[in-house]
Design a protein around this ligand. Structure first.
Ligand code: ADP
Ligand code: MG
Ligand code: ZN
Length: 500
């Protein structure tokens, strides 16, 4: 039997606001010492009253608009009740039936393995809620215990729920990556998955191909990277297929991904499903969302990755591959455009310069950034620095290989490292004066009689070998074409002399 996979994702995104969702506590819970970001509101003390964070609402509406959602005039917050130690109040303020954004979509490329191209994935809703306290469990060695850090309680959390439109783990990963890029481009979240700023639960079921009813789904949790979402879904699809082919039925349950063992395990079955007893939050007024404000936010939407990628291909003549890598993160794309515009070349020279900038960014600069675990936004070599360096290549001061050395020095020096100053201080400029290379050419020819003989017997490549020797003798500073020409002239002169 052929099966079709059905996946829907619930993505939780922590919003990058200064203060928490309903109180004035700073939201910097990740760097603050445990339990130092707490007040009567986020501790849920009796009588404390919440106040809505306007910026969090703005970020959620912005995301809803970017996802082509409808933003209703009227929304409200609701209490979701459940008892658990990570929940200070015994309920979480969330949104139940009137979310801030509804019925949108996100386009993805589609999974060529399943024959799809360009797929539109429905977004059911985007709503706003508050995060819960962070628990740390210590092993049960007879005295097992858990610690609670309330710093995270009340940090604004946006939930984006997809329709069950994804048809493979690869599509789920594409959707997740597109969403991740989007929240970063919008500037609403840092989107750091390892730190839990961007989390995903995956609902998955399978059904006989061609069927139009859904199979029973499981909900998979505990994945903290794109890779683990993909692996967990692959595992779960295969597990469900085996259950069904063995004559069993998939149980509706919550399962946890166990990273070390690469399996999902049952955590909670449907009989224990929560009844959250939602009801409208009595301490908060409903929200009326002004149309004028929504239009202003719509107009303020930045250019997002897919459009920027298309523009990079069209305007700069970049390959799809380069454009994709350069626009994956907004900081990367901004850096690229800053360097290209600093180079300030005429329009017809722009594609060549763009390609050169792309090569340096995706090659040597990325390597240095990776080695020092540095984000491009904090790169010690700024767009100004890279632009100056490329200027020194363009005017013949530096060969490409010398420029690589200079880039490394600039990177190590950081901050105010100036390409021209490093070239001067280290005497790294390229030698394009024939007189200064001639002695190296003569030395190379004298030291390599075999290469000279090879050349004479018709092996043209021997000249390239001798040029390499000249480059070595000049510590890479000879201008390569000039070195080759002088070697060829030197060999011709040798040739015209009688042998012996
Ligand atoms: P819950 O509140 O129990 O999490 P929802 O109706 O909000 O349930 O659905 C949660 C997610 O599950 C959504 O992303 C939705 O697309 C997805 N989903 C619903 N039914 C299925 C199914 N049969 N297979 C896979 N995903 C599903
Ligand atoms: Mg759910
Ligand atoms: Zn507080």
């Amino acid at each position: 039997m052929q099966y079709e996979t059905v996946i829907g994702l619930e993505v939780h995104v922590q919003l990058d606001t200064r203060s928490k969702m309903f109180c004035g506590c700073p939201a910097d819970y990740q760097t603050a010492a445990p339990n130092t970001r707490a007040c009567p509101v986020c501790l849920g003390l009796p009588g404390a009253l919440p106040v809505i964070n306007r910026r969090a609402v703005e970020y959620t509406v912005l995301t809803g608009l970017a996802l082509h959602c409808r933003i209703p005039d009227f929304t409200k917050f609701d209490r979701k009740n459940y008892p658990y130690p990570d929940l200070m109040k015994g309920y979480q303020i969330s949104q139940y039936d009137l979310p801030l954004a509804q019925d949108g979509y996100l386009d993805i490329d589609g999974d060529s393995d399943t024959g799809h191209r360009r797929r539109r994935i429905g977004v059911e809703r985007v709503h706003l809620e508050e995060d819960v306290a962070k628990m740390q469990h210590f092993p049960d060695d007879g005295a097992g215990y858990s610690l609670v850090d309330v710093n995270r309680s009340g940090v604004p959390l946006m939930e984006i729920v997809s329709k069950p439109d994804l048809r493979s783990p690869a599509e789920a990963r594409q959707y997740l990556a597109a969403l991740h890029s989007m929240v970063q481009y919008l500037g609403v979240s840092t989107g750091n998955m390892q730190d839990g700023n961007f989390r995903c639960d995956a609902n998955v079921s399978i059904r006989p191909r061609g069927s139009d009813t859904f199979g029973t789904r499981t909900e998979v949790k505990n994945m903290n990277s794109f890779r683990s979402v993909y692996q967990a879904l692959e595992f779960e699809v295969e597990r469900q297929r085996r259950v069904i082919e063995d004559g069993g039925a998939v149980a509706q349950e919550t399962r946890g991904w166990v990273e070390e063992r690469e399996v999902t395990v049952s955590q909670r079955s449907k009989e224990y499903a929560h009844d959250y007893r939602y009801f409208p939050e009595p301490d908060l007024p409903p929200l009326h969302i002004g149309r004028q404000w929504v239009s202003e936010l719509q107009a303020a939407l930045p250019e997002l990755a897919p459009r920027r990628k298309a523009r990079f291909q069209a305007d700069y003549g970049l390959s799809e591959y380069d454009a994709d890598l350069l626009t994956g993160a907004r900081r990367m794309a901004d850096y690229f455009e800053a360097v290209v515009s600093l180079r300030n070349v005429p329009a017809d020279a722009q594609p060549a310069v763009a390609k050169e900038v792309a090569n340096w960014m995706l090659g040597d600069l990325s390597r240095l950034l990776n080695q020092s675990h540095c984000d491009i936004a904090d790169s010690p070599v700024t767009p100004d620095g890279l632009s100056d360096l490329l200027g020194l290549i363009a005017d013949g001061t530096l060969s490409t290989s010398l420029a690589k050395t200079v880039l490394e020095e600039m990177y190590a020096a950081g901050g105010d490292a100036n390409a021209a100053a490093i070239v001067r201080a280290r005497g790294l400029a390229q030698i394009s004066d024939a007189g200064a290379i001639e002695s190296a050419v003569a030395a190379a020819i004298a030291a390599n009689p075999k290469a000279v003989a090879d050349y004479r017997s018709g092996k043209e490549t021997a000249a390239r070998f001798l040029m390499g020797q000249v480059m070595r003798l000049t510590k890479g500073q000879a201008q390569p074409e000039l070195a080759l020409r002088l070697v060829q002239e030197g060999l011709a002169a040798e040739k015209s002399q009688p042998a012996g």
